[in-house]
Design a protein around this ligand. Structure first.
Ligand code: HEC
Length: 307
């Protein structure tokens, strides 16, 4: 009877704790903090820096930030921060302070000490790029002087890749047309350049094209090539179907050695040294001799009993 009370008591305590966990949505944000606005300029530079921090510190839990109307992930999975409900119901200050305070009970760590204020505002800048209706505050610090970098609006038709073995530089030249279909220069377009490896691709860099639609990246010297002395380089333009890949003579040619060559345990018998063969065969012979000798002795004992 006593035990039954104990069990019931423990179970209700457990349930109480669980419901407490569920109900606790207090992130410890004050009204003043909630009213705060983005404290740094909403520039591409800050957004990109924020993305880099996000990929390093947050992506492991929050995974892809896809623009979706509603967050479909359930706790304990971290929510998708590209969710439009989240974006439209949160102020800049609220996002900033959620990152700062965290919510340990449900698995969101606090970043108030491990990331600087500036870094956390950069993350907020990045997260706001996922919200088309976002209105950046007008007094968010000084916006750098000069006109904003013009964005290429045409279509990339193809990419021409080349590798200079002397300078170790990979050049990707974009062939583009503007909205009317006339040849155009593709300036400020991000190109990612890769080298194909055994498993997957090695990203050498993501570079913006210059005034002549050209992006250049350094290629590692002495990179292992295939048995013909070739490597496969490729280039892709973000958010576009333009992709090209090409085999070029470069790098350190791979010399293939037959693993069965030489004297070792996994070599074929033709490669076995003679002394080893003789030793092995003698041992086998002796073992069989002992076996037959023992059988013979047993037979002798048996025949003695008959007599
Ligand atoms: C250990 C896993 C983990 C890491 C790492 C993590 N988060 Fe979270 N985060 C969570 C979980 C789980 C929640 C949901 C908490 C809740 O709703 O109670 C969450 C919630 C949030 C929220 C609030 C979402 C909402 O709907 O209210 C924001 C904003 C956020 N995280 C931003 C970040 C940022 C920025 C980073 C990186 C600096 C980060 N998180 C790193 C697990 C994590």
């Amino acid at each position: 009877m006593k035990n039954t009370y104990k069990i019931i008591g423990l179970m209700s305590l457990g349930l109480l704790m669980m419901s407490h966990l569920q109900a606790q949505t207090d992130w410890g944000i004050t009204a003043e903090q909630k009213a705060e606005e983005l404290k740094i300029p909403f520039t591409e530079q800050n957004q990109e820096a924020g993305l880099a921090i996000f990929e390093k510190s947050c992506k492991a839990c929050h995974s892809k930030t896809e623009i979706v109307p509603k967050n479909q992930r359930q706790l304990p999975l971290a929510p998708n921060l590209g969710c439009q409900v989240f974006q439209s119901t949160h102020t800049d200050g609220e996002i900033f302070w959620k990152i700062t305070n965290g919510h340990i009970a449900s698995g969101m760590p606090p970043y108030g000490t491990s990331l600087s204020d500036d870094d956390r505002w950069k993350i907020v800048s990045y997260l706001r790029t996922l919200y088309a209706d976002y209105q950046p505050p007008t007094n968010a610090g000084e916006v750098p002087a000069g006109p904003p970098a013009e964005k290429f609006t045409g279509t990339i038709k193809s990419i021409a890749l080349s590798l200079d073995a002397q300078t170790h530089k990979i050049t990707a030249k974009l062939d583009a047309v503007d909205a009317e279909g006339n040849p155009a220069k593709a300036k400020n377009v991000k190109v990612s350049i890769y080298i194909k490896r055994q498993f997957g691709s090695l990203l050498l860099g993501t570079i913006k094209t210059n005034d002549n639609s050209v992006a250049v990246v350094e290629c590692p010297v002495e990179i292992p090539a295939d048995t013909n002395g070739n490597i496969t380089i490729s280039a892709a333009v973000a958010n576009s179907s333009a992709y090209t890949s090409k085999e070029v003579k470069y790098g350190k040619k791979l010399v293939w050695k037959n693993p069965l060559d030489g004297n070792h345990l996994w070599a074929v018998s033709a490669k076995t040294p003679l002394w080893l063969k003789i030793t092995y065969l003698s041992v086998v012979l002796i073992v069989w001799l002992v076996i037959f000798w023992s059988i013979f002795q047993l037979y002798r004992i048996y025949s003695l009993r008959e007599r």
